[in-house]
Design a binder for this molecule. Sequence first.
Ligand code: LLP
Length: 429
Amino acid sequence: SKESTSKTEEQLQVGGVNALKLAANYGTPLIAYDVGAIKQQIQSFREAFIRAGIKYRIVYASKAFSSLAMYRLLANEGVGCDVVSGGELYAALRGGISPAMIEFHGNNKTPAELAEAISQGIGCIVVDNFYEIELLEKICEAQQRTVKVSLRVAPGIEAETHQYIATGQSNSKFGFDLDSGQAEQALKQLLHSKYLQVIGVHCHIGSQIFAIAGFQMAAAKMIDVLQRWQEKYAFEAQILNLGGGFGIKYITADQPLKPAEFVSAIITTVQQEAQKKHLQLPEIWIEPGRSLVGEAGTTLYTVGSTKTVPGICNFVAVDGGMGDNIRPALYGAQYSAYLAKNLQEKATQVATIVGKYCESGDVLVKQQKLPAVQAGDVLAITSTGAYGYSMASNYNRNGRPPVVFCESGHDKLVLKRETYADMLSLEVD
Ligand code: LLP
């Protein structure tokens, strides 16, 4: 969004670097991050916790955007991360995140992934299901190590978001269902375990959520269950992890709360409920992914062909598309495009911005007001920093775009463009 980019002489800037310069230097498509904007989001979350005077941890959800540069930034900021695969774990460790600051999520972690995580001394494994408890027992026994775990609960909350990214409801594939007593059963097992040390509970109701009510309901339900479990099992949770899912602004109509507003509202609920129930407040963890990196990212494309179907529509085709951003095709996600050379230029058309992939569904933006454009113009799509690169593919053998980090007028390449040779590097001939 324009918050993370600013205008000078009406040309688009990312992190103080002129977008046209970036496009010229690195070629397009290109993903540019405003590093200052990422740091600001982190700071905003942090301040909300500090103001409330409660212990907390920010655990970045790696899946939103995982790269060594990103992990280094997090490590410097004292932020932890969650990983959902051996691949993310490997990258996070290589990026300098200390194992103790890493959390492992997933509904079907493999034995090899769990063994690796435990031998690396991972900070916490978020246990998702009964099979995983069994696996962890065996692995810990074999390694003669203990591991900290938290219990992932499906709190039975339906978040208002796209069904593909809602996860809190009872029919979710993630976590132990709370209402049917499965979560309690799991807790009992964990409390009896010699190797698994249960440090708390976790829930995540979904992603790209705007309404605060769902978070508050989930938080209240978690406090309630912690209180019951304390009474019944003398279980004292050290942490309550409330997941991520804080919505961001993709288009003008999106008016999300600020990170600090989300967190403050949730904390208030947590504090009130805990006080009502005489529960000692555990450390609160959150797992923001999208809200740390989403608005900080901008994708630059070059316009190629354009086509007007009289009375029907105007197509503007760019040199990327669903390979670097699958979200419009997968979720019907909406974005806005800007003419990088002049943000003030008047719109003269309604254009549908399409990519270069061999699919009719390769549409980045449907029917948006746009100035006249011609081949060679740079178009910027904003708020592409989350789940863009991380879900990118080299479909049609288009290489993944490079990524640059921009801060205070300086730019730095952090991921190279995927070359034709890179794409053949796995071939056996
Ligand atoms: N914690 C857990 C357990 C999660 O499953 C997720 C996201 C997050 C945290 C981070 O959520 P965030 O703060 O980023 O909303 N590919 C989809 C989003 C999938 C999210 C999956 N889980 C998209 O592009 O919208």
